[in-house]
Design a protein around this ligand. Structure first.
Ligand SMILES: *Cc1c(COP(=O)(O)O)cnc(C)c1O
Length: 339
């Protein structure tokens, strides 16, 4: 199967499986797991933070961040399209009693900083207390400009807010710009990173911040049931994600470019094809039932999600040859459609 639904479908590499089998482990709730401790130290150093925490998922890392920056009756400002607003089941509100203040994402994925300033509530008993600005990079595959991050950081500092990055795909953003991950992370008080997407680890994310912040997050993680025991089995794979998989993301980006160029040769898609890092987007014609394309491709061993706006994601298990095959299959599908 060529699976383009998401980079979450990546299989752990053979090096990861070997490292998992051989991992030294201990009880991480006691702080005893050497593989977890090594991963957390490595990540903190790599991203330029005092401390790091291994979490079961990106959703958990984001929730811990929101709950460690904000308390009951506080609010965070984020994008309407932010994962930690739209796609995390309302966890901040449900479990943290934290009010989201979503603002429109512009076409480039940023939130207009003038709108952020206007949304910061004055100290008044009518209002929730604005505590945090939360950004996402990449967002829908789009890389936020470095100068924007610097301006957002300054704004947050000036208004006494903390600033968090949902960096589920921060490594994609770094590689796309030829930067170190730390060059992006430097603009934030805290960052979450997914190891189980393009970086191929089977499970796990990281949350990074200063020592006190991570201590608070560790307590919330325990409360939420995320204190895991011999979890070095997973940390061993996660370490390889950080040490061996980051540079490789450039291949995913190149494959996405090739895929986008191929799809742009199809009349029905040509006007709407976009490519950002490892994601390719295109609008299906209004009259076409998406399921028809999904089923036709599935017969040829290609999996995509059913939607009017296609989102095809490249990753370690999609080769350049696979991309050629996908382009041919989609071309053939449209050639066979009644005009
Ligand atoms: C996938 C993703 C998450 C959540 O990660 P899970 O491990 O699936 O919980 C958070 N933020 C963004 C931007 C993501 O793409």
């Amino acid at each position: 199967m060529i699976d383009l639904r998401s980079d979450t479908v990546t299989q752990p590499t053979s090096d990861m499986r070997k490292a998992m089998a051989a991992a030294e482990v201990g009880d991480d709730v006691y702080g005893d797991d050497p593989s977890v401790n090594r991963l957390q130290h490595l990540a903190a150093e790599m991203l330029g933070f005092e401390d790091a925490l291994f979490t079961s998922s990106g959703t958990q890392a984001n929730l811990l961040a929101l709950m460690s920056h904000c308390g009951r009756g506080d609010e965070y400002i984020c994008g309407q399209q932010a994962h930690n607003y739209k796609f995390e089941a309302g966890g901040a509100a449900v479990l943290g009693s934290i009010q989201p203040q979503p603002l429109a994402n512009q076409a480039d994925g940023t939130i207009a900083l003038t709108e952020v300033v206007a949304a910061i509530k004055p100290d008044d008993i009518h209002f929730a207390r604005t505590k945090l600005l939360s950004l996402e990079n990449t967002i829908g595959g789009k890389v936020l400009p470095q100068h924007y991050l610097a301006e957002a950081q300054q704004l947050a500092f000036y208004h006494g807010l903390k600033i968090h990055l949902d960096g589920a795909r921060i490594a994609n953003a770094a590689v796309a710009q030829g930067l170190k991950i730390a060059d992006i992370a430097q603009h934030f008080d805290s960052v979450s990173v997914c190891l189980s997407k393009g970086l191929c680890a089977p499970v796990g994310s990281l949350l990074l911040g200063d020592e006190h912040f991570i201590a608070r997050a560790r307590r919330w993680r325990k409360m939420l049931g995320g204190g895991m025991r011999q979890v070095g089995i997973l940390a061993a794979a996660a370490e390889i994600a950080l040490t061996q998989q980051v540079e490789r993301l450039a291949d995913d980006h190149a494959n996405a470019q090739t895929l986008a160029a191929g799809l742009a040769q199809i009349d029905e898609l040509a006007g709407s094809v976009e490519v950002h890092t490892n994601m390719v987007f295109a609008n299906l014609p209004a009259a076409l039932v998406p399921q028809l394309l999904v089923e036709t491709l599935a017969e040829q061993g290609i999996r995509i999600s059913a939607a009017k706006r296609l989102r095809l994601v490249t990753h370690n298990d999609v080769t350049a040859a696979d991309v050629t095959k996908v382009i041919a299959a989609v071309k053939q599908f449209f050639a066979a459609q009644p005009k």
